[in-house]
Design a protein around this ligand. Structure first.
Ligand code: CAP
Ligand code: MG
Length: 411
């Protein structure tokens, strides 16, 4: 029988295929649209060709194995991939390549990928994960509480470090560079990192509190390792990478560099171009699985629909699940809830995400009327109130920092 990419209901061995789920919008019969995706992403093209063979088609042709409503499941033979050399770039060219531009489709979104062990075994996974971050911070079970130094660019190294010092004295466990700060002249990475390291040491010496700061090393592939090694040499306790602007393998090469033994915080800036449209793009679940494979220790997943950034509670729950569910024995990844966060959102974030989350506030700390230290304190008070089961309004009666934050931003 001629191979036509349709194999509805065929039993396939999940260890021999990459399984994908796409939501598909089309004016064509959906079987035709599904076949168009399977053909284009494996062994076909827009017309039949004289140069192929049944052997090639049967060995490497993708199979449409399920169509349910607008959801299409396609199984790509493992032999279509090249995990040891082509890696994730080639993987994405298959499962997330030309298909997005096919005229047969009005919209298509890659919702999930099922990765076989034979592919996953080529990846290191996180070195620290949730437990490792908790050990570094000596933070047994409460959510981690972080800030993003604001303004996102412009502060000179010492003022930047002073912000981190104030955040640490206020009780935060984490701080980070913002996603657009790397090594600009106004705040060179090496000077910033060493000043921040001194600030972190001062916090520990003065109040015995542990804080780590993620230094953003996002940069081209021929620079990123050198920049990360420079950060670590200047005392960085954590590094950060913008995974979508740098590429997934930027996380992997940092994870696999033996001289970099600090956690990797993964920012997802630009994800909105892929994840925002529910009818076209790539889900955060797919991004989360690839970040986990490559070794990210913490990943932004959104705020379950309660913060400033567009997002859906469902999408954020699904990517959260991808970070913590069993996955080839790899460590889990700390879910980071950030974007428009201030103390009043803390109860919902903990209710929706649990305690194994990193809650981050940039404006929600530096916008506090009494400054960074009290803004940090207000976030800590909101977390303490929530884990003790006390309402923020009641807790604020004898916690001034929280009360002032609630007066400004509401509850
Ligand atoms: C938050 C933030 C983060 C966003 C990214 C910002 O600052 O630093 O980059 O959280 O969104 O630049 O907006 P604020 P996401 O706390 O001041 O909003 O975490 O959804 O990827
Ligand atoms: Mg930011």
């Amino acid at each position: 029988m001629k191979f036509d990419y349709l194999a509805i209901g065929e039993e396939i061995d999940p260890e021999g295929y990459v399984l994908t789920t796409y939501s598909v919008k089309t004016d064509l019969p959906i079987e035709k649209a599904a076949r168009a995706i399977a053909a284009e992403q494996s062994t076909g093209t827009w017309t039949d060709i004289s140069t192929t063979s049944e052997v090639i088609l049967k060995k490497l042709g993708a199979k449409v194995i399920e169509i349910e409503g607008g959801l299409v499941k396609i199984a790509y033979p493992l032999d279509d991939f090249d995990p040891e050399v082509g890696g994730i770039p080639q993987f994405l060219s298959v499962v997330a390549g030309n298909l997005f531009g096919l005229e047969d489709l009005k919209g298509v979104r890659l919702e999930d990928v099922g990765i076989p062990a034979a592919f996953a075994k080529n990846y290191p996974g996180p070195a620290f994960g949730i437990e490792g971050l908790r050990n570094v911070l000596e933070r047994k079970d409460k959510p981690l509480i972080g800030t993003i130094v604001k303004p996102k660019i412009g502060l000179a190294p010492q003022r930047f470090a002073d912000y981190v010092y104030e955040a640490g004295i206020g009780g935060l466990t984490n701080s980070k560079d913002d996603e657009t700060l790397v090594d600009q002249d106004f705040c060179p990475l090496s000077e910033r990192t060493s000043a921040v390291g001194d600030a972190i040491d001062r916090v520990f010496d003065e109040v015995g509190h542990r804080l780590i700061h993620a230094v953003n090393v996002s940069s081209p592939p021929d620079k990123i390792l050198e920049l990360a090694e420079l950060a670590v040499a200047n005392g960085a306790r954590e590094i950060m990478v913008d995974v979508l602007t740098c590429g997934f393998d930027a996380v992997r090469v940092l994870r696999e560099d033996p001289s970099i033994k600090v956690p990797i915080h993964v920012h997802r800036t630009m994800h909105g171009a892929l994840t925002r449209n529910p009818e076209h793009g790539i889900s955060m679940t797919v991004i989360a699985k690839l970040v986990r494979l490559c070794g990210g220790d913490a990943l932004h997943i959104g705020t379950f629909g309660v913060g400033k950034m567009h997002g859906s509670a469902l999408e954020d729950k699904l990517s959260h699940k991808a970070l913590i569910e069993p996955f080839f024995g790899l460590k889990d990844v700390m879910p980071v809830c950030s974007g428009g966060v201030h103390p009043a959102l803390v109860p919902d974030l903990i209710k929706l995400g649990g305690r194994d989350i990193q809650i981050q506030a940039g404006g929600g700390v530096s916008g506090h009327p009494k400054g960074v230290r009290e803004g940090a304190r207000a976030m800590c008070e909101a977390v303490d109130a929530t884990v003790r089961g006390v309402s923020l309004v009641d807790y604020a009666k004898d916690h001034e920092a929280l009360r002032i934050a609630i007066d400004k931003w509401g509850v």
